[in-house]
Design a protein around this ligand. Structure first.
Ligand code: GRG
Length: 296
């Protein structure tokens, strides 16, 4: 398998699915819908919907019920980036090499576009209930909502923002909390929702949650490493932003070498857990391996 060719093919398939769930740019609210669709279509690796679809297929799922959840998760991820880039948060003008939503549409529209994406995500996920009567859809919906909310991404972002605004550097335990909630939670949702919809057992779902945790933490440490070692061209956004904001990161506390080792150990453990799961996981394995060495 040529991983990058396969990845490109799958990303195109995911984007075709996403397209079918985007809101139509019409009506008096056309401007906000334009801002929402710009934020989604401006690029991105589509990791979360891709992982969700792969996991669904791995556990034998072959229907369409996963599709509204894939779109919903990417909408939630996109809203989080739009809000994270706002002046009140990271105040970033570039993401994915393009102007951020507030840089292009103004701050008020960017706040509303984020709100619009979050709400539309749940409108979209709810379409799964029109595809199936199976209780797995309700369970998947609950996991998605939990991992995005105060017991997930919003919770992690809050601890991160408070530490930054109050200039109280985080200790290792708090950094791990932020990584687990802010970053890993949505990846856990991707691994878990796919498994739940395909009828995985509770034990298998718990295993997918752990894999999502490992991949999420490894992904975030790698993000911190890239923030000090990559270039603007590689990342499509300014580097050194953590330092500029006075943040203490995992890399500050453990050093580059140890951090890189931890990324590898976490990823290896995720691969071992994956081995015990049914179905074909060749692509997910390659994806996890690719994430360890990513430069963007
Ligand atoms: C505003 C509630 C709220 C949360 C914001 C997403 C986020 C939380 C903060 C962005 C900063 C950051 C380092 C988040 C960690 C997760 C992460 C690395 C997100 C970027 O995900 P990618 O690389 O993005 O999958 P693309 O652009 O490929 O979609």
């Amino acid at each position: 398998m040529n991983f990058h060719e396969e990845m490109n093919k799958k990303v195109h398939q995911v984007e075709a699915i996403l397209q079918t769930y985007l809101p139509k740019q019409e009506g008096l609210q056309e401007r906000i819908i334009d801002a929402m669709n710009y934020s989604i279509l401006v690029g991105g690796k589509r990791l979360r919907p891709l992982i969700m679809q792969e996991t669904y297929q791995m556990f034998g799922g072959d229907g369409k019920v996963v599709e509204p959840f894939m779109a919903a998760l990417e909408m939630i991820h996109t809203y989080s980036l739009v809000h994270d880039d706002l002046p009140a948060m990271d105040n970033d003008l570039y993401r994915r090499g393009k102007p951020t939503t507030h840089a292009k549409y103004g701050e008020a529209l960017a706040i509303l576009a984020g709100d619009g994406l979050l709400n539309f995500a749940y409108e979209t996920a709810a379409k799964a209930f029109m595809i199936t009567n199976d209780e797995s859809a309700a369970r998947a919906f609950a996991v998605l909502a939990q991992k995005a909310g105060i017991y997930g991404m919003v919770g992690g972002q809050t601890v991160d923002v408070i530490s930054e605004k109050e200039q109280k550097p985080l200790n290792m335990e708090e950094i791990m909390f932020v990584h687990a909630y802010k970053t890993a939670a949505l990846l856990q949702a991707a691994f878990m929702v796919g498994a739940i919809l395909a009828g995985a057992t509770d034990e298998q779902i718990a295993c997918m949650e752990q894999i999502g945790y490992n991949v999420g933490i490894a992904f975030q440490i790698q993000d911190d490493i890239l923030d000090v070692t990559a270039s603007f061209d590689e990342l499509g956004k300014p580097i050194g932003s953590d330092k500029e904001q006075g943040k203490v990161t995992y890399v500050d506390l453990k050093g580059l070498k140890e951090s890189a080792k931890d990324v590898e150990a976490l990823s290896k453990e995720a691969l071992t857990l994956l081995e015990a799961m049914p179905g074909d996981h060749t692509f997910v394995e390659a994806l996890i391996t690719d994430l360890i060495t990513r430069r963007k």
